[in-house]
Design a protein around this ligand. Structure first.
Ligand code: 3E9
Ligand code: MG
Ligand code: MG
Ligand code: MG
Length: 366
């Protein structure tokens, strides 16, 4: 380890097998073309986004999904980076939470009422109108409404993040966890998991505390993994960045210990997620089983994309990411993390009798 490169990231634990949609290459090309058509982001940002395999990422999230929805999700993720990179992390509004909140409210209105004559010259608004049209085509009215609500919760969290950016402050671990459940834009993807397979999870199942917790655990794992894999990209960028490793360092841990701790945290959540997904799959409807399988594909897809996309490998200054995954957790204890916002997750699953370090592949993902 050197101060320039940071600690070496070991192979990360995953019990979920990899998978990819057979049309991934075409979907990837189409998403780059979509970004050009709608001129998403500045020319400079767009040139970077179109080579980051975002279509491939979507093809990993929905390996057996309807092709049109895989494409829709790919365009949407690229659009999200147009907002997250373009406005929040690299743009001026990222330092002006009030103005950012205004812009994001206007975008929500465009998603909700695409016919409203607002932001008519804005490329992100035009892209969003197109996305909304396609969400209507492949989703139910309820799924469209939830997609817009999820967009609002994502926007709400990036405004909170912008307040920290402006003040130059780093939240404590509990606040960061809470923020990160939303600002990784994972919850906005969830309605598209249903659309990808043409079903609607009924509210009595989707909104059950345990099902919501499974989705939150998936968000935690995806965003902690992102924090680990994107740390190199984020710390080399000029200016402020917020990341679980930085939060842990701020709490007094060395960079090496912070990395080890973040990995142990996500390993423990992964083990809990596997147990909860198995439990829910046994009791739930076929739709719930499908949904849980998609959550697992989302986790694994983010992992495979996270160690391969040039977004994170940054070939001009290589990130030295692990080329493979590990099949054993560094910490398999069935024990809350000491993060009040999420410690209740462990109340949902009985403690295992067998070796707690052994957590097998989730049944729902097979
Ligand atoms: C992720 O966090 C920000 C989102 C807007 C990215 C869009 C991706 C998804 C909706 C799928 C979830 C995937 C993840 C979190 C990889 P952050 O740390 O700003 O992402 P970065 O790529 O810059 O590390
Ligand atoms: Mg971000
Ligand atoms: Mg980012
Ligand atoms: Mg990141």
């Amino acid at each position: 380890m050197t101060p320039e490169t940071g600690p070496t990231i070991p192979p990360i634990f995953t019990p979920i097998p990899p998978a990819i949609h057979p049309r991934h290459a075409d979907i990837d090309v189409q998403t780059a073309a979509w970004a050009e058509t709608f001129r998403i982001g500045s020319d400079g940002l767009r040139a970077k986004l179109v080579v980051q395999d975002i279509g491939t990422f979507s093809a990993r999230i929905l390996p057996e999904g309807r092709e049109e929805v895989v494409s829709l999700l790919a365009d949407f993720v690229l659009w999200l980076f147009g907002v997250d990179d373009g406005h929040c992390e690299e743009g001026e509004l990222g330092h002006r939470p009030g103005d950012l909140a205004g812009l994001l409210h206007r975008l929500i209105r465009v998603a909700q009422n695409p016919e409203a004559p607002m932001m008519t010259e804005d490329p992100l608004a035009a892209g969003l109108r197109d996305l909304r049209l396609r969400v209507d085509r492949y989703g139910t009215a309820g799924q469209t409404a939830r997609w817009i609500d999820a967009l609002r919760e994502y926007f709400f969290s990036v405004v909170w993040e912008a307040a920290h950016r402006r003040a130059g402050t780093v939240p404590d671990l509990n606040d960061y966890t809470l923020m990160r459940l939303y600002d990784g834009a994972t919850s906005v993807v969830l309605p598209m998991l249903e659309m990808g397979h043409g079903y609607e999870l009924q509210p009595h199942e989707r909104d059950r505390t345990a099902v919501r917790a499974a989705a939150e655990m998936a968000s935690f794992i995806i965003t902690w993994d992102n924090d680990i894999f994107s740390h190199h990209k984020e710390r080399r960028s000029s200016g402020y960045y917020l990341n679980a490793l930085r939060v842990l360092e701020e709490e007094g841990l060395s960079p090496k210990k912070a990395l080890r701790t973040a990995i142990a945290q996500r390993d423990r959540v992964m083990c809990l997620y596997v147990r909860l997904a198995e439990q829910l799959s046994r009791e739930g409807s076929p739709q719930l089983r499908r949904y849980l399988a998609s959550l697992s594909s989302f986790i694994r897809g983010a992992q495979d994309w996270g160690i391969t996309s040039v977004r994170y490998t940054t070939p001009d200054d290589p990130a030295n990411l692990p080329p493979v995954f590990s099949d054993a957790p560094t910490d398999g204890r069935h024990e809350p993390l000491g993060i009040p916002a999420v410690d209740w997750w462990w109340d949902l699953v009985p403690a295992p009798d067998a070796d707690p370090a052994a957590c097998a592949a989730p049944a729902a993902a097979r």
